[in-house]
Design a protein around this ligand. Structure first.
Ligand SMILES: Nc1nc2c(ncn2[C@@H]2O[C@H](COP(=O)(O)OP(=O)(O)OP(=O)(O)O)[C@@H](O)[C@H]2O)c(=O)[nH]1
Ligand SMILES: [Mg+2]
Length: 358
């Protein structure tokens, strides 16, 4: 799963990228206007994995991951509908956005709009996305109209898509993002290839500098499949540079139980309509990601295609049951270990072992 870190020039994208990924990329270059992308894969903190790892003492503990892309160069044309093709291409390829909005005051860092105004900046990029989507949808509608007379055999499909596109257009013309629409799986499948920006989930990170006020005091923002958080960019980037032992000391000293960046990673993972299931054993405790609503055989396929192909049954234990009962033996005795078939809908936190035969 890939998340694109976006925002106006000099808002702190690279700083936040460093905070989330522990990288140490130089910040404050700014203004080149060139497309510049940095990528890093990050573990998603999950207390359940820590607890399972303590329970099974495996050789290896593997967390779910998410990939962050620091996508610089958004300045050229923001607010004018003029994002370059290469940039649009990058944006279309991610599964969701981390939108960094500057909220820190610092005279030494120039603001492209001349003043610090999180609400304005937030809306600027949002409306840019709406505009791009509107252009995409209108083009598609024209294309569908063209094809109407030429390909009678596709009329039914054409009609269905035209209807859907018109619904999207109504939403966009009302200046509302597409992620707010209730679309079916089939409808989503139909438009997946069009790279619609406002369809993707969005985490807004207010880069607040030294303070961390409640985000609601800085901006008004509430939409489906979005989250809003504050993060002290520069400080968090420094914390991410400390080695783990020093980090714990540092956080304790300031009375913080967890680095803000860790919470932001969890939040951004949570936005992606995916869930985690676990495999456990002496050699490995591991979290795997799969779409919410996926089946036991989907879960098997996430681990290995062979497991999906030769799937017989899934042994499933709810995480809460294992924790309540203490170990796998007690789970069995209590009859809480279930045998599930291919169509079982996997729940977040399920501990799964696949029986298979190939
Ligand atoms: N005071 C203060 N300065 C910050 C903070 N976060 C970032 N900055 C500064 O803001 C400037 C821009 O930060 P970057 O992280 O490079 O911002 P960016 O969005 O990646 O910039 P471009 O990629 O050039 O668009 C740098 O000089 C940072 O040191 C913060 O929390 N407090
Ligand atoms: Mg940058």
């Amino acid at each position: 799963m890939r998340l694109g870190i976006i925002g106006l020039p000099q808002c702190g994208k690279t700083t936040i990228f460093n905070a989330l990924t522990g990288q140490n990329l130089p910040t404050g270059f700014g203004g080149s206007g060139q497309l510049e992308v940095h990528t890093a894969v990050v573990n998603v903190p999950d207390e359940r994995v820590d607890i399972l790892s303590r329970m099974f003492k495996p050789q290896k503990t593997i967390y779910a991951t998410v990939t962050y892309k620091d996508i610089g160069g958004l300045d050229s044309g923001v607010g004018e509908g003029g994002l370059s093709g290469a940039l649009r291409n990058e944006l279309q390829q991610v599964d969701g956005f981390v939108h960094v909005v500057r909220a820190f005051q610092d005279e030494s860092v120039a603001h492209p709009q001349g003043s610090v105004d999180p609400q304005r900046d937030l809306e600027l990029l949002e409306s840019e996305f709406l505009l791009l989507d509107q252009i995409t949808v209108e083009r598609r509608l024209e294309r569908l109209k063209d094809e109407w007379g030429k390909k009678p055999e596709f009329r039914r499909a054409n009609e269905l898509e035209t209807e859907l596109m018109q619904r999207l257009l109504v939403q966009l013309e009302a200046e509302k993002p597409l992620r707010g629409l209730d679309l079916t799986e089939d409808e989503l499948k139909l438009i997946r290839g069009y790279g619609l920006m406002s369809l993707k989930p969005m985490l807004v990170v207010l880069n607040t500098g030294e303070d961390a006020p409640a985000p609601e005091t800085l901006v008004t923002y509430s939409q489906p499949r979005t989250e809003l958080v504050c993060l002290r960019g520069a400080i968090e980037a420094e914390i991410a540079q400390l080695d783990p032992a020093d980090r714990a000391d540092f956080l304790a000293e300031y009375g913080i139980d967890e680095a803000g960046a860790q919470r932001v990673i969890r939040l951004s993972y949570g936005l992606l309509s995916i869930q985690s299931f676990f495999t456990v054993g002496e050699d490995e405790v591991r979290a795997w990601s799969m779409p919410i609503g996926g089946s036991a055989v989907d879960a098997a396929g996430v681990i290995h295609t062979d497991l999906a192909r030769g799937f017989i049954r899934a042994e499933v234990t709810a995480y809460a049951d294992l924790i309540a009962l203490g170990d796998m033996k007690a789970v069995k005795t209590a009859g809480k270990g279930r045998l599930e078939g291919k169509t079982y809908v996997v729940q977040d936190g399920d501990i799964i072992s696949i029986r298979f035969n190939i």
